[in-house]
Design a protein around this ligand. Structure first.
Ligand SMILES: NC(=O)c1ccc[n+]([C@@H]2O[C@H](COP(=O)([O-])OP(=O)(O)OC[C@H]3O[C@@H](n4cnc5c(N)ncnc54)[C@H](OP(=O)(O)O)[C@@H]3O)[C@@H](O)[C@H]2O)c1
Length: 289
């Protein structure tokens, strides 16, 4: 039986993966949390990845995008330096690594969906640290897949969907940015894709093919559209007003346009991707239960 190590199992993606494991009978899984493995400690990483794992999924990240502007050191340690430790330890045991990155590696000036080979130009400390992490991993363990995703939400942890539900209940009126365009991604869908990549390799159906891939749900939305959809599905009657980015200043700049082109992952791994609104409905249904 193949062995999979999932690092960072208490985040949104980590918990979605954990929730899927009871349905899996083609590998055994070990999960770590911040308490059992702090990825900023090379000693801890080396100790954990000394056992023979076949695959390692890294779900850890410093994801507080605005806080990172004042906390560059820790953001870099978690999002960049740790990927060298993980990559080196994985290479020593010949493990294949799947790591997750972000649309924030782009500057958002495109007018068509980003492909993997488009020039990166991160505008925030978070985006820069994540880009460095991609490079550190691929340089230290070429047998790695990096999946860039966007606007992640789930039933677990704090995220935009939960915040908009709470604010929609608390307030009569809400201002939401309409001039940042991207695609919401249900972490459950991403978790299934990661398992599909590993299972396809184990079953010798589709070989593990290292490199960078883009994955989000299908379609396009602004944060304003996303909010209206959340409120509509939840039956929340709040007056949501579209505002411009300049009217909602944040410490970290966000890309104005960060839609990801997913042709590469769809072709390589022969998959269809759910439309963002359908996935949102699924997540809200789960939240209601
Ligand atoms: N969230 C988004 O909108 C978004 C968008 C695009 C890409 N991504 C990427 O998608 C991936 C998954 O994101 P997510 O939303 O699931 O993140 P998340 O919910 O913030 O989970 C990240 C996990 O990493 C843990 N962690 C932080 N520092 C650590 C350390 N030193 N050692 C071990 N664990 C540590 C966190 O623990 P604590 O919570 O205790 O700190 C948390 O459980 C990340 O790579 C992220 O960059 C996310």
């Amino acid at each position: 039986m193949k062995k999979v190590l999932v690092i960072g199992s208490e985040g949104q993606l980590g918990q979605e993966l954990k929730s899927l494991i009871p349905t899996v009978d083609w590998a055994t899984f070990t999960f770590t949390t911040l308490d059992t493995l702090d990825v900023t400690s090379k000693e801890q990483v080396d100790a954990m990845i000394s056992e023979n794992y076949d695959f390692i999924i890294n779900c850890t990240a410093y994801t507080a995008v605005d806080k990172a502007e004042d906390d560059q050191e820790l953001a870099n340690k978690v999002n960049a330096d740790a990927l060298t430790s993980i990559g080196q330890a994985a290479k020593a045991i010949k493990a294949k690594v799947i790591h997750v990155s972000t649309d924030y590696v782009f500057d958002g000036k495109n007018h068509r969906p980003y492909i993997e080979s488009d020039a990166t130009n991160p505008q925030s400390v978070y985006g820069k640290s994540k880009l460095l992490g991609e490079e550190n991993l691929i340089n230290s363990n070429p047998n790695s897949i990096v999946i860039r995703t966007s606007w992640l939400y789930s039933t677990y942890g704090n995220n935009f969907v939960k915040t908009m539900i709470r604010l929609g209940h608390e307030r009569d009126e809400l201002n939401v940015i309409f001039d940042q365009i991207g695609t919401p991604t249900y972490a459950y869908d991403l978790a299934k894709v990661i398992l599909h990549i590993i299972q396809s390799d184990i079953a010798s159906k589709i070989q593990f093919t290292p490199g960078v891939y883009h994955y989000s749900n299908e379609g396009v939305a602004s944060w304003y559209d996303f909010t209206l959809a959340i409120h509509k599905e939840k039956g929340i009657s709040c007056n949501v007003k579209p505002i411009e980015t300049k009217d909602y200043p944040t410490p970290a700049p966000r890309p104005q346009y960060s839609v990801l082109n997913k042709a590469k992952i769809k072709e390589t791994y022969q998959m269809e991707i759910p439309y963002w609104l359908d996935s949102l409905k699924q997540c809200l249904k789960k939240l209601n239960n």
